[in-house]
Design a protein around this ligand. Structure first.
Ligand SMILES: Cc1cc(Nc2nc(/C=C/c3ccccc3)nc3cc(N4CCN(C)CC4)ccc23)n[nH]1
Length: 273
């Protein structure tokens, strides 16, 4: 229940799942119910040192308010002297990018299912005036049914106006973000194009040795499709309609769900549950 005041005594802490910038994430079990969660522990001095108090507060408000099958739940939080604890939904199959590294790349059907799930999650976030801005494989988790969950709303913002803040690694950033220009919801549409390419080819489209080269390739939208693996024309068509420099010309989330490649590969039951 959301109003309960949680404390560390309510949980048995399990193995560490990963280490983020500001603390670690642990497997944990709520003692009374036996309910499994992921407990994200953040050190207050780290937050104060980088003056991220307001950003963390915003991440928590945003993630608490979002309820969608493809958005990782933030059930609640508590703090003690030195740390803040976020009680997060546990995704049993871990990080999507590890699956991507293991298999190299995904089948067109699997890639389309993930893109359709992400599109539905983003459409939900955008109607709640939330731009995620940092969708990348590291922020995508898989639950026990292999359903995709967007995690880590650290860089998302409640937005009614244009945003001007720099964030994230370059590979996934839209030109207007890389140029530090005003940007809006359409940055997430660009990122869907990046992810779709990476799901199918195993690497992001503008990858380069040095960040300056990635920057240049993004600004030029220097997009090319290798001859192998052999990727369908529909998939390339969708990617080409998302990786468009003019953000107003990118395919809308609605149009993505209606795209032939999505229709062909995703029967609705895969993503609706
Ligand atoms: C918030 C959250 C995480 C989570 N689940 C998992 N997170 C992370 C790695 C997490 C992490 C956290 C911070 C920084 C880096 C990684 N790794 C996981 C690895 C998992 N396994 C079980 C399945 N195995 C095949 C691979 C290892 C399962 C769940 C994981 N659910 N909810």
């Amino acid at each position: 229940n959301p109003k309960k005041q949680w404390s560390l005594n309510d949980f048995e802490i399990g193995k560490p799942l990963g280490k983020g910038k500001f603390g670690r994430v642990y497997l944990a079990r709520e003692v009374k119910s036996g309910f499994i969660v992921a407990l994200k522990v953040i050190f207050k001095e780290q937050i104060e040192k980088y003056r991220l108090h307001h950003q963390l507060k915003r991440e928590m408000e945003i993630q608490t308010s979002l309820r969608h099958p493809n958005v990782l739940r933030l059930y609640g939080w508590f703090h003690d002297e030195e740390r803040i604890y976020l009680i997060l939904e546990y995704a049993h199959r871990g990080e999507l990018y590890r699956e991507l590294r293991k298999t190299g790349r995904l089948s067109e059907k699997q890639a389309a299912i993930y893109i359709a799930s992400l599109t539905q999650a983003l459409a939900y976030c955008h109607e709640k005036h939330v731009i995620h801005r940092d969708i990348k494989p590291e922020n995508l988790l898989l639950d026990h049914e292999g359903r995709l969950k967007i995690a880590d709303f650290g860089w998302s913002v409640q937005s009614r106006s244009k945003r001007h803040t720099m964030c994230g690694t370059l590979d996934y950033l839209a030109p207007e973000m890389v140029e530090n220009k005003a940007h809006d919801y359409a940055v997430d549409n660009w990122t869907l194009g990046i992810l779709c390419y990476e799901f199918l080819y195993g690497v992001p489209p503008f990858e380069a040795e040095r960040q300056t080269d990635t920057f240049r390739r993004i600004m030029k939208v220097d997009l090319s499709f290798p001859s192998t693996p052999d990727v369908s024309a529909e998939a390339k068509n969708l990617i080409s309609q998302l990786l468009v420099k003019d953000s107003s010309k990118r395919l809308s989330l609605q149009k993505i769900t209606e795209h032939p490649w999505i229709i062909k590969n995703v029967t609705s039951h895969d993503t609706i549950i």
